[in-house]
Design a protein around this ligand. Structure first.
Ligand SMILES: [Zn+2]
Length: 464
């Protein structure tokens, strides 16, 4: 490929980046919250707005893809490079609820620029990702006169509610969505200005536990002494979930944890770790220890299981009085890593919780549906292309990272495409506050991500 074509595509983006940013702002103005109980109309408007953008920027066969359930996805494609690889570009147009509106400095659906950041619900998660795909395709078509690879774009409408219908959509439209690799724009960089390729995601095993000892709460003065307190019983049970160092202590749980590969170790060693920065990013208070035993914080977040008690309830602060509660409740979440099996982990957890119950209290454990971990090997031409593209787009080598969180649909997409390479790089950063108030996007990083995707098309087009 003539290197000037690539330069022309990049130059087009640089000339028109303000216009692309304006289009992103227009998407942010649409309150496309996919949670139940919110107005459905904005999702239709947003799907239409995305369709219009795809058409405007040169994609063909633009259409709404649905399964008859939930909110639809938007599809468009441009198959103009015979013999060249086909990329499926994924992002989502639905957003989270706004949280506490009074905590937003500017209204969530009125995009606003401050100190190099663009604020607004969906700025980084994930309308910025959708607009990255559109800007990259447009820059090639308009700036260089054509694309060096074939592209298919899929912008989903219910990622924030678990991508419930995505699997069926992929089954129904298998041939239409077939690709040689997928670019998933829905993740965060390691830090602002640090391009990052996400190579693993943890899965989840979650249960609710209820401990009962009495058929109703009683006066703690009149009755206290001989009666087991369900709250203390629950506290004793919960305390056995981790050891002194805060590591999971459920028997058998660590058995299947995969030993780190050379690639994983190298990735971890290359990460810049500064404890003060980590403490700031993780919101850790002064004097509170970093726990979890030996190893770096990233190894613990990405490659080892962890346990959290997400919620706990017995009576309430408001109703607190001198009673022995009849029952106590908690929600426990385990993050699982390769090669832990969700079903087996769930059984180990359930057995453990029941075995630890003191004083004959009644224990009920109710599982939620688990999600699997995901991990990719980062060897091979597609990953080499991605590393080169991110380095060119940001002017520095990408970090290979994991994500401690779970994105169940990544596995859904890669499995249904027959295990093709999946490139996870996004436009977020640790301060983007996705899902929280004052969500934002670093505009300069978003531009670097767009340039990286433009380079990726060239890198992959040149390889074949
Ligand atoms: Zn997202």
């Amino acid at each position: 490929m003539d290197p000037q074509v690539r330069t022309a595509a990049i130059a087009h983006f640089d000339e028109h980046r303000a216009a692309f940013l304006t289009e992103l702002k227009d998407l942010i103005r649409i309150p496309s919250i996919s949670f139940p109980g919110f107005d459905a109309a904005p999702l239709g408007h947003c799907a239409d707005a995305v369709s219009a953008l795809l058409r405007k920027h040169g994609l063909n066969d633009v259409r709404i893809l649905g399964t008859g359930h939930g909110y639809p996805s938007v599809f468009g494609q441009r198959l103009v490079a015979p013999g060249k690889p086909t990329l499926l570009l994924y992002a989502h147009y639905d957003v989270q609820p706004v949280g506490r509106e009074d905590l937003w400095t500017t209204p969530p659906f009125e995009p606003s620029e401050r100190s190099g950041r663009l604020y607004g619900r969906g700025a980084s998660d994930d309308k910025g990702g959708a607009m990255m795909h559109i800007a990259a395709v447009s820059s090639w078509l308009r700036g260089a006169g054509g694309l060096p690879v074939n592209v298919k774009v899929l912008i989903e409408g219910e990622e924030e509610v678990g991508s419930t219908n995505l699997e069926q959509l992929l089954v129904n439209h298998g041939a239409l969505l077939a690709a040689d690799a997928v670019v998933i724009a829905d993740s965060e960089n390691f830090d602002t200005g640090v391009p990052s390729l996400t190579a693993s995601l943890r899965g989840t095993v979650t249960v609710a536990i209820e401990v009962r000892a009495l058929s109703s709460s009683v006066h703690s003065g009149t009755w206290g002494g001989p009666l087991p307190d369900p709250v203390l019983a629950l506290a004793k049970i919960l305390a056995t979930l981790v050891d002194e160092q805060g590591q999971p202590a459920i028997p058998g749980i660590g058995k299947k944890v995969r030993v780190l590969s050379r690639q994983d170790k190298e990735g971890l060693e290359n990460l810049p770790f500064k404890e003060p920065l980590y403490r700031k990013q993780s919101r850790l208070l002064d004097g509170v220890s970093v726990i979890g035993g030996e190893g770096t914080v990233y190894e613990k977040m990405w490659h080892r299981p962890s346990i959290a008690v997400n919620a706990i309830q017995a009576s309430s602060r408001k109703q607190a009085s001198n009673i022995i509660n009849d029952s106590a409740w908690a929600r426990i979440g385990i993050r699982i890593v390769p090669d832990m099996d969700p079903g087996e982990t769930l059984n180990l957890l359930q057995d453990h919780l029941k075995k630890q119950a003191p004083w004959g209290v009644q224990v009920t454990v109710t599982p939620e549906s688990p999600s699997r971990w995901w991990k990719t090997d980062t060897e091979g031409p597609v990953f080499d292309a991605a590393r080169a593209a991110l380095e060119k787009g940001y002017g520095r080598k990408p970090a290979i990272i994991g994500a401690g969180g779970s994105i169940p649909f990544v596995r859904t997409i890669t499995d249904s495409l027959g295990g093709v390479p999946a490139l996870l790089f996004g436009v977020g950063d640790p301060y983007a506050a996705a899902h929280s108030e004052n969500e934002s996007l670093v505009i300069a990083d978003w531009e670097c991500a767009c340039r990286s995707l433009i380079h990726l098309f060239a890198e992959l087009g040149e390889k074949q």
